[in-house]
Write a protein that binds this ligand. Sequence first.
Ligand code: FAD
Ligand code: NAD
Length: 484
Amino acid sequence: MSNKYDVIVIGSGPAGYVAAIRAAQLGMNVACIEKWKDKAGKGVNGGTCLNVGCIPSKALLDSSYKYHEAHSNFKNHGISTGKVEIDVPAMIARKDKIVKQMAGGVSGLFKANKVTSLFGTGKLLANRKVQYVNLEGKEEVLEADNVILASGSIPIAIPVAPIDNDVIVDSTGALEFTEVPNRVGVIGAGVIGLELGSVWTRLGSKVVLLEAMETFLAIMDQQIAKEANKIYKKQGLDIRLGCRVTGSKVEVTKKGKEVVVTYTDKEGKEATETFDKLIVCVGRRPFTDGLLAEDSGVKLDERGSIYVNDLCSTSAPGVWAVGDVVRGPMLAHKGSEEGVMVAERIAGQKTVMNYDIVPNVIYTHPEIAAVGRTEEQIKADGEPYNVGTFPFLAIGRAVAADESDGMVKMIAHAETDRILGCHIVGPSAPDLVQQVAIAMEFGSSAEDIGMTVFGHPTYSEAVKEAALAVNGHAIHMPNKKRRK
Ligand code: FAD
Ligand code: NAD
């Protein structure tokens, strides 16, 4: 094996593996180093996303939603079933099979693109040299013209609720329960809390989310966040805002192990709750442990992310960094696009990434999806704007499907009508928002979407109507303001 490559990528999550494949497509000799091991101790590609993130969480969300449909919703359609039961180990085994298939897919793509896949740990030394220690502990030094760091992120730990991987778990442990817990506590009502909280609520757990902030989903458009909160409440999620956890104690009782959580509520009063499982999901932090030699030349910023410019160049020449380990939202698709940009830049192309149009999704039911700026951000930026909203309750397809919770909100510049943001809670929200993202990439106005012919009956008609409503032209709803 040669120890000289055009490009070495450290980390094979969605940022790293996409960078590696794109660089190989562009004719470069690429190696990708990955230290992740599967449950059997074998090296595996795919990073957080495929192994313990996006894909396994969606597998459980889909399984639990099917159970919920059969258990609670089929009867609305006149369908009766026998007793509907959930086999948790079978659900988890299905999830594991999907993970294996998807992670194996990355290795297959590496082979097809002639990317050298190395399992073990990579450490950046000075002058684009990389120390590689394989899974058996054998060490060698590799060299490259360019190195791409894609080492990702890990869950933030809090001392008041130390993970024991039994009763107190992080997002990874919450994908491995072997039975439905009666009572689940969640610290942090963010993306993971809502998604995994939804899984276990649908399967019958009583789920309480303790959130430190007084504002629910502070980064989302607040009109949509409020609408979503109402829907979650109806589903039984008990979301308590302004709660600060002060301690937790695991106790063994006759019923088994449980955890007593103490917290101060919104009014500052002390309170306690007892749970069978506690999921800690208070955010993730960039992961650079053991990644950088002292003289690597790569600097970190004040949040511990690898410092990069808009093109993902680090402070060391020929060293790039992409994905969760750099600034910006910790989203798989954001990292992948950075990976493509960097590979193409290395190949001499002028690729740039549009950070203003990165969709964001929360996979509850219904889903929340957003692209562009929120109304709060646009207001703070001092730009004049118009808003159009449209409820799914007035969309025939949504009513027919029993999916009429939620709404579309479109925001456009008041003078140019250019779309500034679109925020949706409702059926197929991610796919609908993606249509608007494409329109935004082409500089579309709300009128452009309003003039586009949409198929009927579809959920997407809510997007057209919200776009029409921006200028007071919605057809299937009275308009608050009518402009010519
Ligand atoms: P990672 O996927 O974290 O990959 C980094 C890789 O680098 C890891 O495999 C790690 O082992 C390896 N590595 C680190 N250091 C070294 C080293 N020194 N040597 C060798 N290898 C190393 N995002 C979405 O967009 N949509 C979702 O639906 C979504 N759902 C999620 C659900 C959960 C439960 C979680 C936890 C996350 C979810 N995310 C989701 C976030 C998404 O998983 C991350 O944004 C994404 O995985 C980041 O990609 P990355 O390539 O930057 O890093
Ligand atoms: P998050 O930032 O979405 O939510 C964490 C929440 O915990 C916040 O609301 C925060 O206010 C709260 N919090 C922080 N400290 C707390 C404390 N001590 N007590 C109570 N609440 C506290 O983070 P997450 O849910 O852990 O997810 C991590 C990241 O993973 C996300 O930022 C996201 O980028 C990514 N992710 C994305 C998806 C998706 O795209 N669908 C899904 C899962 C995860």
